[in-house]
Design a protein around this ligand. Structure first.
Ligand code: GLC
Ligand code: GLC
Length: 658
């Protein structure tokens, strides 16, 4: 690894190598106008070369692979359209563009939210109605029909599944989005392929070249050593991390389902292939690439094979390469891992994000669910206090629900700090959401692990907070409570700092969908309970006052409109969690980085009783006096007596001075 006094020499080596590579580039590449490409390559080459040496420097074919890498970036650049290139330049100039509070995201299934891609295009007005301007279309690439893991077992990285549409349909959506300033987010499933992918098929047929794309073993010796430290992702349906392939006569590493073969990033050919895939989608007009399961990218004997240092180097190298070809494109890290590990996906030992600019805030998500179950905010406040500060030019994706399960992956020491025993507390949460203690939540367990006692929870937001059971009992008070909880959780993710990501039917209060039990390809995976088809006739009720749909939709829509107007809600590490004596409340203050006197105090009550706090007890003090406060969210004065402010059950407020 370069470093210290060796650095200047090293830089020279990398420069002379760059010159040699540019001489070697294929003639058709050399002839193009590559002005911006050369500038960016020059700026990033030292970093790219250093990372490539660290990862692959020991190989005989190192130089050849590096040449392939540069060719891949150059070809990607040549294929980039003039429109996208000018967007790149615009975003390079305004490099903090995505930290603005104006962005609000939604994750949808092209064949659940809509019928297919053309139909999704016809639903753009729905996004605009609600105020959504970043849309994650859940995976749409070619997958085997049964063994698809909901689109995450890909058999062709460049083809769209013909059941949902064509590449032209997607390009049309990208164009329509761009005209309306809506960002398009797509998945890049980096960690594995389907066993029906051409590489896997050729590996099975005995081609050594493609067997090297995966982790394959003749016998159980090495797999057994790996298994000693590797946890299981799907212990119920797919125990173990290796699968015997009879055709190949070998074991192959399959961390997720047995039909998802883990790619081997120790092979530079795999890195280059996947970079090529990434640039291909960037060139179709995708603004943000959601990099799936990034914690798993590097496998090392004797470790859990998660969050390995080299997984980070792979991502840094991808970012540096993408910066050369398509610098306007952002990465989202999907790393649902321990709080201290998540922030590392922005990059370590750096000031500015150098891996992924955006990461799923799984910590906040899980903590919010803890507060819902316990009706107190002890763990929520403790967990947020331990959340490390982000790097500059990095932001969270804040969410309440997504297409996956909820895992209670908080830090054990945080759980202990607030007086619970970690194992027992997690057990309580699972049992609570299954409805064992009261009949309110309608969660289903996901992948219980008999050996470790772990489990996760599935269910739609509305069903988990009690709307399904409340509607069945026709109890108006319970219905109102469930709605308040939905709005409370959104009130937090919309003001926390970062891009809020609303899931599929959550703005309409969509309930669990139990039809997956009847489908043999889905019935073993309870995540399907919260991946429903949206009933658009019912969704029309969002326009009819007095309905559940209208109450939720109009409230979220209003919050979004207000959020976009509040500069203090942009994300520049301008948030401070405030300790309160009342442990049912969460409080944090957001300040406008440009005008520090402009601030918003966010307070949320997770209890089913009214709770109060004292403005004078806030440390640091937020407002200079008690007068003239207004809740931006309701547009009203808070319920206040002197310095005491009362919040009703499940109420939240965005307090500021008028
Ligand atoms: C990600 C996806 C999840 C999928 C897994 C394996 O976590 O969100 O749905 O099962 O990766 O690809
Ligand atoms: C993801 C996460 C895990 C999640 C799973 C899909 O990559 O690591 O927590 O449950 O894959 O469900």
């Amino acid at each position: 690894m370069p470093g210290g006094s060796a650095e200047p020499m090293y830089e020279q080596i990398s420069h002379s190598l760059l010159n040699a590579i540019l001489d070697d580039l294929r003639p058709e590449i050399r002839r193009q106008d590559l002005r911006h490409f050369y500038t960016r390559l020059g700026a990033n080459f030292y970093a790219i070369h250093s990372l490539f040496v660290t990862l692959y420097g020991h190989r005989d074919d190192f130089k050849l692979q590096l040449l392939r890498l540069v060719e891949t970036m150059a070809r990607g650049y040549i294929d980039r359209s003039p429109d996208l290139e000018s967007l790149d330049i615009q975003r390079e100039d305004d490099y903090n563009w995505f930290l603005s509070q104006k962005w609000v995201g939604m994750a949808v299934y092209s064949n659940g939210f809509a019928e297919n891609l053309p139909d999704l295009a016809s639903k753009i007005s729905y996004f605009q109605e609600l105020g959504i301007n970043m849309v994650h279309i859940l995976p749409i690439l070619m997958c085997p029909s049964g063994k698809s893991d909901g689109g995450y077992a890909i058999s062709d990285f460049r083809k769209i599944d013909d059941r949902v549409g064509t590449l032209d349909d997607l390009r049309r959506i990208a164009d329509e989005f761009r005209k309306r300033d809506i960002l398009l987010v797509l998945d890049i499933v980096l960690n594995h392929t389907s066993d029906e992918h051409e590489w896997a098929r050729r590996a099975m047929a005995g081609e050594k070249h493609y067997q090297d794309y995966y982790h394959v073993f003749d016998d159980r010796d090495i797999p057994d050593v790996f298994e000693q430290n590797m946890p299981e992702v799907f212990p119920e349906s797919d125990p173990g991390n290796f699968t015997w392939n009879g055709e190949m006569g070998k074991w192959v590493m399959t961390v997720f389902h047995e039909y998802q073969w883990d790619l081997n990033y120790a092979n530079p050919a795999v890195f280059i292939e996947m970079l090529d895939v990434l640039l291909f989608w960037a060139n179709q007009g995708v603004d943000v690439l959601r990099l799936d399961a990034v914690a798993f990218l590097w496998k090392k004997l004797g470790t859990t094979c998660q969050n390995e240092r080299k997984a980070h180097l792979i991502l840094q190298l991808m970012k540096d390469c993408c910066q050369v070809t398509a610098p306007g494109v952002l990465f989202i890290a999907e790393a649902i891992v321990a709080p201290t590990e998540i922030t590392k996906y922005f990059g370590e030992d750096a000031i500015v994000a150098k891996e992924c600019e955006i990461a799923y805030n799984a910590t906040l998500m899980a903590l919010l669910w803890d507060a819902v179950a316990t009706r107190n905010t002890r763990l929520l406040c403790q967990g947020l206090k331990s959340l490390p500060n982000k790097l500059e030019r990095a932001t969270w994706l804040n969410y309440v629900r997504c297409h996956d399960d909820i895992g209670f992956g908080f830090d054990d020491s945080d759980i202990e700090q607030v007086g619970y025993e970690p194992r027992a507390h997690r057990r309580f949460l699972i049992d609570y959401f299954k409805g064992d203690f009261d009949a309110i939540p309608r969660g289903l367990t996901f992948m219980p692990n008999d050996t470790t006692g772990d489990a996760r929870i599935c269910g739609s937001l509305a069903s988990l907070v009690g709307l399904e059971s409340a509607l069945e009992s026709k109890d108006q008070a319970l219905i109102a409570t469930a709605i308040s909880r939905i709005l409370l959780m959104h009130g937090v993710i919309l003001s926390f700092g970062g891009i809020p990501l609303i899931y599929n039917g959550d703005a309409l209060g969509v309930l669990n969908d139990y039809s997956f039990y009847a489908d043999p390809s889905k019935c073993n995976d309870t995540r399907w309970v919260h991946r429903p088809k949206i009933d658009w006739a019912k969704a029309e009720l969002r326009r009819k006052p007095g309905t559940v749909e209208h109450t939720i939709f109009s409230a979220i829509k209003k919050m979004i409109t207000i959020r976009k107007e509040i500069s203090a809600f942009a994300d520049f590490n301008n948030r401070q969690i405030l300790p309160l004596e009342n442990d049912h409340l969460l409080a944090f203050v957001r300040t406008n980085p440009l005008r520090p006197s402009e601030l918003v105090l966010v307070v949320a009550n997770f209890n089913d009783q009214p709770r109060f706090f004292d403005l004078d007890s806030l440390v640091p003090s937020v407002f200079s006096s008690h007068d003239g406060l207004v809740d931006l969210h309701s547009g009203r004065r808070p319920s206040q007596s002197g310095s005491r402010i009362v919040l009703q059950a499940y109420q939240f407020c965005w307090l500021t001075k008028t």
